[in-house]
Each structure stands twice: as C-alpha cells, then as structure tokens.
Write a protein that binds this ligand. Sequence first.
Ligand SMILES: Cc1ncc(COP(=O)(O)O)c(C=O)c1O
Length: 389
Amino acid sequence: MLPYGKQTIEKDDIEAVVEALQSDWLTTGPLVSTFESTFAQAVGSRHAVSLSSGTAALHAAMHAAGIGRDAKDEVIVPAITFVATSNAVLYQNAKPVFADVNPENLLIDPADVASKITPNTKAIVAMDYAGQPCDYAALRTLADQHNLILISDACHSLGGAVGGKQVGSLADFTCFSFHPIKQITSAEGGMVTTDNSLAATAMKNFRNHGITTDHRQRKSQQQHQYAMESLGFNYRLTDLQCALGLSQLAKLKRFTRRRNDIARFYRSLLEPIEHVRPLKTRSGIEHAHHLFVIRWDRHSTGLTRDNAFEQLRERGIGVNVHYQPVYQHPYYVNRFGDQTGNCPQAEQVYQEILSLPIFPGMREEDVRRVVEQLQAITQAQPRSLPKAA
Ligand SMILES: Cc1ncc(COP(=O)(O)O)c(C=O)c1O
C-alpha cells in the first residue's frame, strides 16, 4: 500500500537522537531552547515555544490569547479542519463557531467569518488547509476592525509563505505540529510562534504545570523552590524530540521543494482527466503541500467519492479524506445540536474530496501509479451481476 504520507528519517536524524540519548538531559535540556530559537529564526518570529503536540500548541495559544476568560467567549474556526483545532477552543470553555470554506481551496472564507462575528467573538483561527496559507490580509483586516486575535493553525503549512513572509510570522499566534505525517517530525511535537514576549512566557509556564522555572534552571541556580502561579499542564517536548526536530528542520527547504515538485507533476498528469480536479492555489503564496487534495466528480464517473476511496485502497493506493465538517461529529452534535446547513460549501465539498499520496520519498513511478489507478477505476467492469428484473 502506497501511504498518503510518510516521514523521511535519514542517518543523521538517527545520529542526532542517539547523541541526545547519551547526553545528561533526556527531557527539558539545552536542545529545547536551541530548537526553539532556530525555529523562530527560520519562520521570522521573535519567539517559539515548543510543546508536546500540535494539539497542545493550539491549547497553549488559546490560553495565552485569554480565550475563555469570559464564559461567553466565542472563537471562529473553519468547518473543515482536524477536530483538534476546535477542541482547543473547548478546552478553554469557549464556544467554537464554524465558518464556511471556499470550495476551490478549502480555506476559511473571510466573508463568512465576517458574517459570524458577534460581540462575544474573541479570536479567528485560520487553518492552512493542505499546506496552502489562508488569506491572512483579509483575516487581519477583520481581526483589526473587531479587535480580535488572529490564530493560525499551521499544522499543515510549515515551509509555506505569503508574499515572501513565512508562515509563522503572519498571525498573532501560529501553531505547528511535528507528527510524523507533517513537513518535519519530532515523532510527536508542536510549536507556537509569536512576537508577544508576555504570551511566550505564559505558554512556557502553561506547558510546565504553571510553574515559572524549569528543573534545569533551578539546578543551575542551586535552588529547590518553585512557584506555581497558574494552572498548567505537562505539555513539554523532550530533548530527544528536539534533537530530531532540529535535524529535520535543517531539511525543511529540501522537503518542501520535493513536495512542490511532486504536486506539479501530479497536476501535469491530471490535467487531461476531467473527473479529477486538484484544488486551486491562490496567487502570491508559497504552498507547503502537506496534502495533495482533489475533487472527485461523481456525476461523470457514476462513482461516489467513497466508491473511489474503496477501490483505490483495494488497488494499493492509500488515499484518505481530510476532513468531515467538525460539527458533524457525534460529540459536537450532542453538545451543540444539529448544525446541518450552517456551512453549505463545506458540507458539499466534503462529499468530493480525496487526498492522494504525497511525501518527499515518493518516486516518479509512484505518482504515475496513483494517476493510472484514478483513471482505471472509472473503466473497471462491474464486480457483481446486477439483480435480474
Ligand atoms: C490542522 C491540524 N490541527 C491540529 C493538529 C494536531 O496536531 P497533533 O497531532 O500534533 O496534536 C493536526 C494534526 O493532525 C492538524 O492536521
């Protein structure tokens, strides 16, 4: 089975982790701050705070943004995203309000965001679906007009940019994930970037139980006392993970170039195939191509997206679907009621999307095989005899 995504781990990545294993610090040691400062520099942000996952990064950003201080706080999130984006709003006891997406690129639609702003709205979350940066200029204008915080869920888009400005420097808070499927990996891991020094300190405390110093600082100051000043969590990233993250970060440009080459090749091969339409790319952006998503035309093929999914899987092509509108999940229906019709574009386009395999280690013949199978399934013979009349 050709997977839809796969990490690239090389010899020097392994050596970096082994070296960290042999050091004095397995968890919060010197590699944490080295990874953070190198990351901040790479994306053009003043601060980077590492966390144990992208989900923890979103939670820390919501906390530092003050979400949930007021019981009625609302945060606008895209309807099509991984559940972690809106779950982070719930962790802070605030209410996620879903905005529709543009069906051409599945990015949050600023016009729909504008229509969902209320006096209780505190923040907007932009999610760079598939690795394509959102319309940050439009979202920033809205945020400034209504005094809202702009949070970027960039778990797909490390390596992307808008007008030459890196993702990580386009919002008040930008959250990244280093899950193996992402642009770079630390096994599990996450990061928040921000230019706000107070917020960076708040997130460092938040990831460490709300305690204001870490074990290493106390050791170097020969102190045993510590102060817990707020309620936090254990969301720390280990030195082992930072060793891997640092080693991978040095490869980000190469990985991103390769993903873009594969995406271009897909587009050229898919051009003549009418029932498969890749998502559109906005002008002026650099795409990180975490995913390569197409829209499947069920009318011309007579196959639903789910038929196509099943048949491609049977043929060894590890396609996937990203994502069902969050408010359709049972937890959200039980808690907030049936929101069917709230984001019609998201509901419609969800029926059509398929994520094709894309990862830096993919070879030319892999891409050709995916495209051949996309064509072959529409020409396949029926596998059962229709019932007699
Ligand atoms: C858009 C989005 N947000 C958040 C997350 C959560 O990241 P993690 O798996 O590192 O917790 C993911 C990861 O799958 C994601 O794709």
